[in-house]
Design a protein around this ligand. Sequence first.
Ligand SMILES: [Zn+2]
Length: 339
Amino acid sequence: MESKESPICNSTLIEEDTMTLSRRTFVATSAMATMFGLSARLVVSVAEAAQVTADPAAAFVRYKVGDAEVTAIYDGVWERPYKANLVANASVDDVQAALTKANLPDTFLTLPFTVSVIKQGDDVILCDAGTGGQVVPTAGKFMDGFKAAGFDPAKVSKILISHCHPDHIFGLMAKDTNAPVFANAEIMISDVEYKWWTDPTTLDKVPDDRKPLVKRIQAVFPTWKNITQVAGEKEVANGLSFVAAPGHTPGHRAFLLASGKDQHMFSNDTMYMPALNVAHPDWMGSYDQDAPTAVASRQKMMARLVADRIALSGYHFPFPGHGALAKEGPDYVLTIAKI
Ligand SMILES: [Zn+2]
């Protein structure tokens, strides 16, 4: 899922949230402003920092894929106000009905962040890097959970990057210095994705609110010597391959792990919100840079997962984020593992 393009910029955040204020927040804002005699604009940021969704009971959950051990580590949640024209081919009423059907609040989007860590022998492989505590105040718990699960950032061998939105890559970089957080890891990213974000002409192609992200990537990534560009659907570790799933971004990738008799697809943002994208794979979300291509990638992957009985996980699925996809009549049904 696309996210804020820079470490939280309060003025921008307040401006956007004032315009897209949810009913929930508005109620809290009015009441709190009266109580504390604060200006509404100030309280909006306080209200947005308050979290409605409960954090999971466990900071991390382990499961097996063949001989590999996967640890799902919770980073936090973004309760995100609606973006204008969230789904191009569905009404706001339809979107809210889909959220209600999934037992989610219908006044904002509930977007958890979960980083998957694959352990095979001595290899410790991250699938994306978390928010680094630099996207929303309600996320940034990954590193604590990572260490609680017994991992050491200095011993991460590879980090596979699905795409360059902030909620997936800011965890690579220290907040103020951009210093590498995982200094000894090889960072692997699709060549298409890397080239698009580091192309000097990209800065002129993106909207203003995305320019800080492009500038940060262009200031940092070319100076790092530990980034490997991955072509096509190459196998990058034992049984672990990139899978093309463009549309969300130009070089968005999923990762397929095959071990023993098991196959598991880290779908990343191919389906970024099950209540919307799994229930309605044809919905064209405004978070997808090229929505028709994203829909085609999504439909292709979902059909494959069902046909080949491949388990899956999603970066923004309800924690712990892994489960199975099935088809019931014309509908896809996602079952997420319980903690
Ligand atoms: Zn995302």
